[in-house]
Design a protein around this ligand. Structure first.
Ligand code: SDX
Length: 428
């Protein structure tokens, strides 16, 4: 008998089946042969939330949740964050290899020359209410971009795909900054193509009436590193959404908008805003025990804690914690940091969190840095979406090029009514 098989006996019939094992997985379709009657549909796997389902084969990001390991194309996140830049890492994630100097220069120019958005986008954004959430504006405006580039629907054309990938990476900081400026009632700053990708974003966000916005190099570097740390994370909720929309052959703008909508959720990319609101609600170290008790009773969640994959400290959270110290040397220490540090200390010693392997995740410290950089909490999910656009696009390309992939269409276990007759109104 081959070693790479799973032998399954259906005790309802006594029949035995041999299912091939590949990469420590079985193909779910191989379960369909398991039937009681020949007319049966066949067996399926039931997996709400896809907690134990591999939806694809991917070479982009590797995570070992037990060991707290994260690598992009084989490079440890710690090395990329320390030695790389965001655009360089974006090239790696999308193309599979680190760029040469010439390739990086061409890549940077290709992005820089697409940072401007059509003037109609400004008018579209001006129609949002004054207090519209920037992430809601971001999702809507990225979707609207699909109407400006109808040729992007030709997703099978490599040149068309490449052009729209560059457009999206280039324009998401512009849209993000415009949504912030709209929410503050401030005039928009146009892109400044002499600046770095991250420097240009800060310029568009914060330039007021001064001739040149002065970017503090430590803050530019810190934000660039934060962008690297958020660039991709294998098959998370928003990436699964990107792949799902993309599997229907929708254009990349519509797919990125859908992925961003998923990221907006407080259990996903919206958690960094929720963490800061939580820290403000706790307010002082002395209130932590009562707040933690509420979490343990299930009354609330400790935002920024826990992860579907990491059952150890999220390596990104460690790196972000280090960046926080560098930022606070420039901006002054965020008083909420003391609350966050004490909250982490208490939670990491508490049986409830230890038993469930709940550790700080990428969202726990990032908001403290953003706030210290004068970025408002409502912008935090948008700051997550900017770099994650690269990961979504890389995963989207990999899905389109994977011959194994088809339109995403899961099945269900039907638990509703059996057939029944229509009831006339006077008999209801
Ligand atoms: C991101 O997937 C990714 O890779 C995402 C991400 C990325 O880069 O794309 O890493 C980014 O989304 C990070 C996560 C940000 N979200 C939060 O910080 C919100 C708070 N955390 C959670 O709600 C939760 O931990 C999730 C959503 C992150 C993970 O949820 P799971 O894996 O479905 O876990 P679960 O909800 O089944 O919880 C398991 C147990 C439950 O208790 P019991 O039912 O066993 O008694 O742990 C408890 C939960 O109640 N639990 C928490 C908790 N998270 C889980 N209890 C208190 N506080 C928490 N934060």
């Amino acid at each position: 008998m081959s070693q790479d098989t799973l032998t399954v006996t259906d005790n309802r019939t006594g029949r035995t089946y041999e299912l091939p094992i590949t990469d420590d997985t079985i193909r779910a379709m191989d379960l369909r042969q398991i039937k009681v009657n020949d007319t049966d549909f066949g067996m399926m796997a039931y997996d709400p939330g896809y907690t134990n389902t591999a939806s694809c084969r991917s070479a982009i990001t590797y995570i070992d949740g037990e060991k707290g390991i994260l690598r992009h194309r084989g490079y440890p996140i710690e090395e990329l964050a320390e030695k790389g830049t965001f655009l360089e890492t974006a090239y790696l994630v999308l193309n599979g290899e680190l760029p040469t100097a010439a390739q990086l220069q061409e890549w940077h120019e290709g992005i820089t020359h697409h940072t401007i958005v059509h003037e109609n986008i400004k008018e579209l954004m001006s129609s949002f209410r004054y207090d519209a959430h920037p992430m809601g504006m971001f999702v809507s405006t990225v979707a609207a971009l699909s109407t400006f580039y109808p040729s992007a629907k030709d997703v099978e054309d490599a040149e068309v795909r490449d052009a729209n990938i560059k457009r999206l990476i280039a324009k998401v900081p512009t849209i993000a900054a415009f949504s912030y400026r709209h929410s503050r009632g401030l005039p928009y700053n146009y892109p400044h193509n002499e600046l770095s990708y991250t420097g240009n974003f800060l310029h568009m966000m914060f330039k007021m009436t001064e001739p040149e916005y002065r970017i503090h190099p430590a803050l530019e570097r810190a934000l660039d590193m934060l962008f690297i740390l958020h660039i991709d994370h294998e098959q998370n909720c928003s990436t699964t959404t990107m792949r799902g929309i993309g599997s229907a052959m929708a254009d990349p703008y519509s797919a990125v908008a859908g992925a961003a909508a998923a990221l907006y959720g407080p259990l996903h990319g919206g958690a960094n805003q929720a963490v800061l609101e939580m820290l403000h609600e706790i307010g002082d170290v002395k209130n932590i025990p009562e707040y933690v008790e509420g979490c343990k009773k299930g009354e609330r969640r400790l935002m920024g804690f826990g992860h579907r994959v990491y059952k150890n400290y999220d390596p990104r959270a460690k790196l972000i914690k280090d960046v926080a110290q560098e930022v606070f040397e420039v901006t002054g220490r965020n008083p909420l940091l003391d609350v966050a540090l004490e909250l982490e200390k208490i939670a990491l010693e508490d049986e409830y969190f230890v038993k469930r392997k709940l550790y700080p995740n990428v969202d726990f410290y990032s908001g403290l840095i953003y706030q210290a950089m004068n970025l408002p909490p409502q912008m935090f999910p948008v700051l997550f979406a900017i770099p994650r656009t690269v990961g979504w696009l890389a995963q989207w390309c990999e899905m389109l090029d994977d011959g194994d992939q088809r339109i995403a269409r899961p099945r269900q276990v039907y638990v509703g009514h059996d057939v029944r007759e229509y009831v006339p109104m006077d008999q209801r």
